[in-house]
Ligand binder design. Structure first.
Ligand SMILES: O=C(O)CCC(=O)C(=O)O
Length: 280
């Protein structure tokens, strides 16, 4: 038995490469975070886009709090031990009745990390269902090696390069991960997953937090950075990002810009693209 996950759940994660649902907070608390987000979107005059979708926990204290949430970190500790970085976060807000989708992919493709000990905690801030484009996964595919991907840069693909798996992954049926607000799923960095467009009348919002044990290193590009959420860093593979405690603070913006410029250089390597703010 771990801190949050049972021995059976840990075994299931190891076998299937994903686990859900895991309750993290009440639906009301998740809704309050959605309201903070939508308040910020009104201030900006539209949905968060481009660079602001990447590592937004460095911009907004109410997202930093999720990265440091005890239940989230306990569940990750049950899988990867007590010394943990949040390596990255991404906000996936899939608008109602749009074509936005996520192609079948493995997260590990462009991340450059030294080992596939990387787990995403995907926290639902709205219901996430078959009707509104919930995450779909193919169980057991995390045991495959890195698969070849092709970049499509398709406008409605929510992934940075519109990357999709370039080989047949067999005829396994995907599982749809349905979540209520305040619940999360966990998925392994090699798991084949994607999601369809949102054909409902409301947006579907999930906050993806990527965690690694501190022993994992970055193999690609300039020195990388991460947020130490728990335990000790005895390896020094990453610069430490400070926890965001103030919104709309020039120092916070400067840190986020520096960090995301380096992430963009890494994720778009081999292309002409230099920023997450490229036109889509
Ligand atoms: O939110 C989605 O639909 C896709 C999320 C995803 O691909 C991920 O978190 O790795």
């Amino acid at each position: 038995m771990g801190k949050v996950l049972s021995a059976e759940q840990i075994e299931r994660f190891e076998r299937d490469g994903w686990l859900a649902p895991i309750p993290v907070m009440s639906a009301d608390d998740a809704h309050a975070i959605r309201e903070r987000l939508e308040h910020e979107e009104r201030r900006l005059g539209g949905p968060l886009s481009g660079t602001r979708l990447q590592k937004p926990h460095l911009l907004y204290p109410w997202l930093a709090d999720l990265v440091f949430d005890e239940t989230v970190a306990d569940a990750v500790e049950d899988l990867y031990g007590p010394d943990l970085f949040c390596w990255s976060t991404t906000l996936f807000a899939k608008e109602a009745h749009t074509g936005s989708f996520v192609s079948w992919h493995q997260d590990s493709t462009y991340w450059g990390l030294s080992r596939p000990d990387v787990v995403t905690a995907w926290l639902a801030l709205t219901p996430s269902t078959s009707a509104n484009g919930a995450l779909e996964v193919i169980s057991g595919t995390h045991l495959l090696d890195q698969l070849p991907h092709r970049d499509t840069f398709a406008a409605e693909n929510m992934l940075t390069r519109g990357q999709e798996i370039a080989v047949d992954v067999g005829d396994a049926r995907p599982s749809v991960i349905e979540l209520q607000p305040g619940e999360m799923s966990l998925h392994h960095v090699r798991l084949v997953h994607g999601s369809a467009p949102n054909d409902s009348d409301d947006r579907r919002i999930g906050f993806a937090m990527r965690f690694i044990p501190t022993s994992v290193a970055q193999l690609v590009g300039d020195r990388d950075s991460a947020t130490l959420v728990r335990g000790e860093d005895r390896f020094g593979h990453f610069d430490h990002e400070s926890r965001c405690t103030a919104e709309h603070d020039p120092a916070t913006y400067a840190l986020h810009q520096r960090v995301t410029e380096r992430s963009a250089a890494r994720l778009y390597r081999g292309t002409e693209i230099a920023s997450f703010d490229r036109p889509r």
